[in-house]
Design a protein around this ligand. Structure first.
Ligand SMILES: N[C@@H](CCC(=O)N[C@@H](CS)C(=O)NCC(=O)O)C(=O)O
Length: 202
């Protein structure tokens, strides 16, 4: 059985929990206290971070890599597009999300360690980049069109935390808010939320 080592407030772990619940297969989630990490975390992941997925002798880390593996191992519903061109575009989008959005999430997750100015820069960068994505969601139900995909999984934990991170989107980004609600109403999304995540959003 797959075991996911997960942080109860970690947006990257949330991505993997979300995919596991979308697939509806057997798995175990082990909550890791990030302030008191068990030693085996650093043995499994040289960066000593969660999420980590363990299945027999396979150990994986990095949320997007874990999620692609789960998607290939349990193909229904398929979250990466079948077409190679769309698949490549999706990977490029995932890379851009990490570079332009989630690199700033790190500062906001580590609020006690980051300076006030650094937090403001992170908030501004996230706000501006999300506002740029809004036009895609004026017509589209999900990031890739009608089909729910890995891009929606990757983005959702950030959209869920906007209030928590004190990020206010401009009015022009209303399609992003609506899109967020659509993703948050999926049964797998709700099932994957931890009690600590449930209270992050009013
Ligand atoms: N790029 C990684 C980021 C994982 C990450 O930042 N995890 C944080 C929790 S949200 C962590 O384990 N922090 C503990 C530490 O760095 O000591 C991914 O996508 O999985």
């Amino acid at each position: 059985m797959m075991v996911l080592y997960s942080g109860t407030t970690c947006p990257f772990s949330q991505r993997c929990r979300f995919v596991l619940f979308e697939k509806g297969m057997d798995f175990e989630i082990r909550d890791i206290d990030l302030y008191n990490k068990p030693e085996d975390i650093a043995v499994m992941n040289p960066y000593a971070q969660v999420p980590i997925l363990a299945e027999r002798d396979l150990i994986l880390y990095e949320s997007n890599i874990i999620n692609e593996y789960i998607d290939e191992r349990f193909p229904h519903p398929q979250l990466m597009p079948a077409d190679p061109v769309m698949r490549a575009r999706t990977r490029l989008f995932l890379f851009n999300f990490e570079k332009e959005l989630f690199s700033h999430v790190r500062a906001l997750e580590d609020r006690t360690q980051s300076a006030g100015q650094e937090l403001d820069v992170a908030r501004r960068n996230i706000r501006d980049r999300l506002a740029q994505l809004a036009p895609i969601l004026v017509k589209n139900k999900y990031m890739l069109g009608d089909e729910f995909s890995m891009l929606d999984v990757a983005l959702a934990p950030l959209l869920w935390r906007l209030d928590h991170y004190e990020i206010e989107l401009p009015k022009s980004a209303a399609p992003i808010q609506k899109y967020g609600e659509r993703v948050f109403s999926r049964p797998a999304y709700i099932e994957a939320l931890t009690p600590s995540e449930k209270v992050m959003r009013r």
